[in-house]
Design a protein around this ligand. Sequence first.
Ligand SMILES: [Zn+2]
Ligand SMILES: [Zn+2]
Length: 389
Amino acid sequence: MVKAAVMVKPGVLEVREFPKPEISEDEALLKVEYSGICGTDKHMYLGELVHPGGIVTPFPIIPGHEIVGVIEEIGDRARTRLEATGVELKVGDRVVPVCDVPCGTCYTCRFTYGYVAWCERAFSYGTTRSCKEKPHLYGGWSQLMYIHPNTLLFKVPDNIPPEIAVLTEPFAVAYGAFMKAMQPCSPVLDIHGYSPGDTVVILGPGPIGLIHAVMARITGAGDIIIVGAGSEADEWRVNYIEREFGGVVDYTVNIKNPEERVREVLKLTGGRGADLVVECAGVPEAIVDGLKMLKSKGGTLLVVGVFIDVGRSIEFNPATLISHKNTRIIGISNHPLQGYERAFRIMRKYASRIPIHKIVTHIFPLERVKEAMETAIKGKAIKVLIKPN
Ligand SMILES: [Zn+2]
Ligand SMILES: [Zn+2]
């Protein structure tokens, strides 16, 4: 039997046993080493369930879409087909699965390269396929995970330990976000886009915020300011970031009152505002903060964190915050495939210079999954991992 953590409904997590799947020649089984707790998992646990496309979490599910593991079993045909870059796989190889599984034949699959999650018939491990469906093990918080034939696996280079490789998926998100920010950039006009030396403000000092700060640093940002919303948890996080990531982040701000928060960020930028604001807070209200923190003309706002629809809208003045400021707003969901391989290259290149392993602050065994989730929600943590084996 295989043990897995099951989110039965919001607020209810328990360890259940499932039969070990029999695999065909096109499938594989992954022995999960680590699987992260993402903001999306927290939202589902809190009853905020609407994923892009209006898909509602199909409980019960085995969560876990940030995953690293080793091949436990692999079918004959799968050996040469599952790895995204064409590497032949064998039992014992360490891989990171792309969490979204595309159909391969719809319009989006054929014409939107890289963003497999946008497939019209995709499902995602850990979020949008119930463990009621056979062979049940559709998530990473499980001793073994089922690998569907349409899955893309990336073989992890030997010199990247699993404690870092488990961060590949969120690094791919940050890669995709910065790639979009860089695109139509006009250095001559000094507006839009993102270029070396830019002042970057990150809203939200959680794991996705910190990973975007790392991405900003290695892509040549000038000052990086990471901003919390004044809670005790955010205080813990900004203190941790100051202590462990002083070489990445230049300033931290943690203020409850939104107006004071904006004023403090503007002060830190010499009154000019940020060239780029990256929203990694996961609350709609942060968008307004971000628009106010941007420079007076031609700033860019990346909207990354508000991925799950929490059912709340916001109000702001589009004349002063978008039109007059010539603001560029870029929505981000999911990640491009290229981000996985780039994440490996970044991890290999920078792990000795940036303490990437310290993005992970807590590791819990499967049996303590509830405690793991509560630790992540209370927020005196950055990345919390589940270690199922
Ligand atoms: Zn996620
Ligand atoms: Zn498709």
